[in-house]
Write a protein that binds this ligand. Sequence first.
Ligand SMILES: Cc1cc2nc3c(=O)[nH]c(=O)nc-3n(C[C@H](O)[C@H](O)[C@H](O)COP(=O)(O)OP(=O)(O)OC[C@H]3O[C@@H](n4cnc5c(N)ncnc54)[C@H](O)[C@@H]3O)c2cc1C
Length: 383
Amino acid sequence: MDPEIVIVGAGPAGASAAIGLAQRGVRDVLLLDRSHFPRDKTCGSGLSPNALKVGEELGIGEELRRLATPIMSVKIVTPGGREMVLASNAEAVVLLRRDFDNLLVERARALGVRFEGGVHATELLRERGRVAGVRTSDGREIRARFVLSATGAHSIFSSDPRPRRSLGTLMGWWEDLEFTPRQIEMIFDRSVAPLYGWLFPETDRRVNIGICIDGQEEDGRKRRHIRDVFARFLADHYGERLKGARQIGKLKGHPIVHTTWVGHCAEPGMLLLGEAARLTHNATGEGISQAMQSGLYAAEAIADVRAGRADEPAAWEAYTGKQRRRFTPAFAMGHALRAVIDSPVLDVVAAAYNRPFIRRSVVRLLGSALAGASVSESDAPRV
Ligand SMILES: Cc1cc2nc3c(=O)[nH]c(=O)nc-3n(C[C@H](O)[C@H](O)[C@H](O)COP(=O)(O)OP(=O)(O)OC[C@H]3O[C@@H](n4cnc5c(N)ncnc54)[C@H](O)[C@@H]3O)c2cc1C
């Protein structure tokens, strides 16, 4: 039987929308994903305080804290090789995406949402100027009053005419490497500027290490060979520590698509959510919390139309407006942050880090901007 709402993509955006709808009493929802769950997703798996906050709203807060690795500190390495350690006091966590995304899908199912894995949506159905459903690779036509497209970076149903801006990424997983438990490392190496490389602890034994770099030049040409950049990055920053470590699986990469001005995320009958609407941070690559938040905004928009509080055009406009108000300031700040990272400012700041005023400012500004965290002052700064 056709559902009232079909959601394509069961990542954080689609699954959060499904939960948000169910929490508002809308349960005739079909959540589709081309993968069977649990499934892997190439990701650092870092969840910021914002992601934890939305997780609470979605009713997974307790389970998330139980499964995740709490982050107690963030080590920042500057391009000049100086180090600053900021305390994070479990305000951020790391949980492997396989487990996190499955937690969200299970929550949606527990609330009455129908989930089908292994279903690939290939095309939108359009009728009388509206999106009216999706066609799937197994030959089905699924009709629905509303379609939510949450298909991630490749966003096959987007009609956004703007050039796609992306970060390139490459990452791997290792066990038994020497690392400070529950500490994130963010390495601002010149070879990846204005982005960074990272080490995220997934458990007390396993870490993921990766880099993100600008994906392309203005003219769309590929900028650098990311495998070469990563090999050098690993040799420079982890060469010694990787000697006794065991690599788990292969290196993996995936683009992160970003924008500064949120747009083109609604058309008659359909909303785009999460990374399909380019809602990631251009300086940090963070996209999970934005995906979850946009899922909740989409649920609110649909609930408003169903309850007669707004007609569809007004609800869709409100949806876009909420995202702009929520994300534009941080995305705009991202450009300032990139400029700082590409300059000697980080080294100057690190050199002055022991002065209390500088330290407080760094903690407030850098901590929240980079880690997405409201970090507090470190007990043991290392410069
Ligand atoms: C290397 C890397 C590291 C990252 N690290 C972090 C991090 O530490 N913290 C953070 O906050 N963000 C991080 N991000 C960004 C984050 O992964 C994404 O922004 C986030 O996953 C977006 O969520 P989403 O639900 O919009 O899309 P996705 O998580 O990509 O989910 C999309 C879903 O749609 C399904 N799908 C796609 N097409 C179809 C189709 N046609 N039919 C059916 N199903 C379909 C896919 O199978 C997938 O399950 C990272 C990204 C990368 C690449």
